[in-house]
Design a binder for this molecule. Sequence first.
Ligand SMILES: [Ca+2]
Length: 245
Amino acid sequence: MKSLVISLLVAAATQAAAPKGSIPPGMVRLVGSCFEMGADDGEANERPPHEVCVQGFLIDRTEVTQEAWGKTHMGNPAGFKCEKCPLERVTWFEAEQYCREKGLRLPTEAEWEYAARAGTHTPYPSGPYLDGEHAWYDGNSDGKTHPVASLRPNAWGLYDMLGNVWEWVNDGWDSTYYAKSPRQDPKGPTEASERMARGGSWYNFEGLVRSSTRIHYPPAQRFVNVGFRCARDLVPPDTTHKRTP
Ligand SMILES: [Ca+2]
C-alpha cells in the first residue's frame, strides 16, 4: 500500500507539472512517460508485461456522451437513452470517424492504458481491489450505464476509464503483439481483423474491469456496453519521457 501511495503522489506531481497551454475543453494533457504495460497476473493476452513509452498527448476527460454525439449527423444508436451517459452501440468505424471529424483520433491502446493507470502498477487505480467510488461495474451499476463523471476520477483527472462502457481504441488485435511490441509509442499490428476495447463496463464483474484487461471485437459490431473517447497529438510534440517510478 505504501508503494501505491508513493506512486500516486509521484504520478500526481508529474502530471501537475505538465505545462498549460491551449487545452481544448473537456480534454486533459498528459506528459510523456514510460510505464509497464500489461500484467503478469491477468489473462494470457495481458502477458508479457513490457515497458512502453508514450509521448505527451491529450485525451478526453470522459467517455463521449450521447449529448456530444447528438450534434453530429450520425443519429443516436445508444441502447440506454440518456444525454449525459456514454454513447454505446457505436461501431469502431463510427467512433474513429467521430474523432477524426473533430480533428482528434482514437487513443492507441498504450495511451489508453497509460491514462487509465495514472501512474499506478496495481490492477485498479484505487489499488488491488475495485471500489465502487471510481467505476460502474456489475456490482453497483444496477444493470445500466450512468452519466459520465458521476463517480470519482483517477489521479490524473480522468473519469470512467474503468467501467461504465468499454472504450474502443485504435489498435487492432494480434495475440502475439505484446511479445514484439515496440517500446516507443506502439500503435498495434499493421493488419488485423478485429479492434481492441479497454476498461470493462457496467455489465462486467470486477475481474474484467481492470487497467490491463484487453478485449477485441469485429469493428462493425455494436454492443450496448462499448463506447469510446478521443485523443489528440500535442503540437509541437512533447517528447519528454520522465520515468514513473
Ligand atoms: Ca469506460
